[in-house]
Design a protein around this ligand. Structure first.
Ligand code: NAP
Length: 320
């Protein structure tokens, strides 16, 4: 089969398409024919070798795949040959024609969700769900600012928050991104590339501030986020690419809090909760993964470059 292999850590050019043996499934494992693989920012951090998660070399990237069960190992009862599914982590990597996954890493993909959309479920929607429900403990009557709403996690968060009744404010840095955020359900949108947009956000809340901020770029925004919080507001740090200085008095004055997590650190019970919620939302149409670009598997290096460029429009997926 064809797969992307990383033989040394480095820039996007270390992602090479190679011919490798198709993995063999063992007991408790599922062999998946991958029809689409989602590209997440953490895939790019991991590839550099400087991320907290450092896989042994060589490795095939990708936790988020969607496809069809090719074969199941002894003891697997959750899925059978031919079932459509999405993966939430894999054993051998999703940037490939076939991937091995543990039975607990595969989840049914509702018929109305395409494989490309299915490749955009786990990390983006799992993160959005954990941020809104487990971390922020959001209530329907609250206002959320999705700070960076045009990408994978942001567009998922907008759909989810809107479906649960919150007032949703979203930001993006391009006209197309702003249109996407509005289309996915934000009540109001703001351009985070324009000076003074934070004042517009404050004005939109009538000076009260927002209850929740889902923050995609904390190193740039955290200090100012604290000034946008309502009383008992909370900032949920989802993305961060550097250091930041804050004035804790902004938090004290608002009895506010900053919470943060990585999806790697969640408990099995939280993960079960997430999949139950996501599958229901995918089935009933409230969750509709946005695929901005499909690229052939051979163009994984381009996908990694473009994932880190401004102008996000939902997900970039690779098609093996
Ligand atoms: P993505 O699809 O590449 O989207 C990035 C988003 O950040 C876009 O909406 C982009 O908007 C926005 N952005 C750019 N500049 C910004 C600014 N100055 N202020 C606010 N937003 C800005 O990435 P993603 O998959 O949504 O992930 C978002 C971040 O969360 C990444 O850093 C990722 O590593 C992290 N993440 C963390 C976890 C976790 O477990 N904690 C899980 C998933 C993702 P424009 O392109 O329109 O400017």
């Amino acid at each position: 089969m064809k797969a992307i292999l990383v033989r040394q850590f480095g820039g996007p050019e270390v992602l090479k398409l190679e011919e490798v043996p198709t993995p063999k499934h063992g007991a408790g494992q599922v062999l998946v024919r991958i029809y689409a693989a989602g590209v997440n920012p953490y895939d790019t951090y991991m590839r550099t070798g400087t991320y907290a998660q450092k896989p042994p070399l060589p490795y095939t990237p990708g936790s988020d795949g969607a496809g069809v069960v090719e074969a199941v190992g002894e003891g697997v009862t959750k899925v059978k040959k031919g079932d459509r599914l999405y993966t939430a982590k894999t054993v051998t990597g999703a940037y490939a024609e076939y991937a091995l996954a543990l039975e607990e890493q595969v989840h049914p993909l509702p018929a109305k969700i395409s494989f490309s959309q299915g490749a955009g479920v786990w990390v983006p929607y799992g993160t959005a769900y954990h941020a809104l429900f487990h971390s922020a403990k959001a209530h329907a009557s609250e206002t959320v600012l999705v700070h960076g709403a045009s990408g994978g996690v942001g567009s998922a968060s907008v759909q989810m928050a809107r479906a649960m009744g919150l007032t949703v404010l979203g930001t993006a840095g391009t006209t197309k991104g702003l249109d996407l955020v509005k289309h996915e359900g934000a009540h109001q949108v703001f351009d985070h590339s324009k000076a003074g947009y934070q004042e517009e956000i404050m004005k939109a809340t009538g000076g009260r501030g927002v209850d929740i901020i889902l923050e995609m770029l904390a190193n740039v925004n955290l200090a100012h986020d604290l000034k946008l919080l309502a009383i008992r507001g909370r900032v949920i740090v989802i993305g961060n690419r550097g250091e930041v200085t804050i004035n804790a008095r902004e938090l004290m004055a608002r009895r506010g809090s900053i919470r943060a997590f990585t999806l790697w650190g969640i408990t099995p019970a939280e993960e079960a909760d997430i999949h139950a919620g996501l599958i229901a939302g995918l089935e009933n149409g409230t969750l509709r993964p946005v695929v901005g670009k499909e690229l052939p598997l051979a163009e994984a290096a381009r996908a990694h470059r473009e994932t880190l460029e401004p102008g996000a429009l939902g997900k970039i997926v690779l098609i093996p």
